[in-house]
Design a protein around this ligand. Sequence first.
Ligand SMILES: [Zn+2]
Length: 142
Amino acid sequence: MQRNNVPDDWRRKKDHYHLKGIICHSCGRGFIGQRLVCPQCGSDATLEASQYFGTGRVISYTAIYDPPAEFSKYRPYIMALVELEHRTLFLSQLVDVPPEAVRIGMRVETVFRKVYVDGAEGLIEYGTKFRPVLAEASTESV
Ligand SMILES: [Zn+2]
């Protein structure tokens, strides 16, 4: 992986770790990461910074049964497109649930987990993943 600008990269990682971002009060959309202009409507005057996004719902997902070698020990794993507060979209891994139990609309919350180990003694990367909100996971009446 090429890293041209390590400080910028780490600053962005911090936002992604904590799902920190902005809300645009012109169009109502939220975005992970810091922006100077809203990617949706182009407004630069109504952005509210330092918002944290913590819960959402699954709007699409897929189970990965044949992952790249470095992720093979997680097989099968689930990648989910999650809609957070303020219609903020985030693609991430869904954990603590088998693929057959995932449902569209399932409420999920952030959890901080290991993402990748770079070699036997390499860097361990952590990141945000999602897990079902436990209070609702047991009531499968919907
Ligand atoms: Zn906007």
